[in-house]
Design a protein around this ligand. Sequence first.
Ligand code: GDP
Ligand code: MG
Length: 164
Amino acid sequence: IKPVVALIGRPNVGKSTLFNQLTKSRQALVADLAGLTRDRQYGDARYENKSFIVIDTGGIGEMDDGSGSIDDYMATQSYTAIHEADIVVFVVDARAGLIGADSEIAQFLHGLGKPVFLVANKMDGVHEASSAEFFALGFGEPFAMAASHGKGVANLLEALTADM
Ligand code: GDP
Ligand code: MG
């Protein structure tokens, strides 16, 4: 059975754009989806001789008043996708910069013990140093990306599939 990679992050950071880049619109075959629910978008990603399932999610919402637990901010879909996943790709928006909701999501992901690959998207037209602040999320140096231009996608694929 193929490894499962979930794309997680706030709405509008570019998860679906990255999903399209990773899958080139290849639908996951039903046979590959054993044990996964069908109500999210699954695609088939390939890199060299490696293949894995990607899950797109609607995104984890903004904090409303800061009083609730992380559960309050997470769409059920994202939650379920995270639990289905072997690997999480956590997408943040380099144009928006680091915001509180990113830190909340990071904190939750740290508690999971799954491998997390941090992607700083929308790096087109911003200074290269813009991704540096995301180091504070605790997942190391982010993968710099401009998903809508296909930039940085191969680099991420290389890293994601290294142990597959
Ligand atoms: P999602 O809500 O996380 O799935 O985000 P989407 O993939 O729908 O993208 C949200 C918006 O950001 C869209 O208007 C995309 O065209 C735009 N976007 C996605 N990736 C990039 C990028 O690398 N650079 C720029 N400038 N815009 C991007
Ligand atoms: Mg989307």
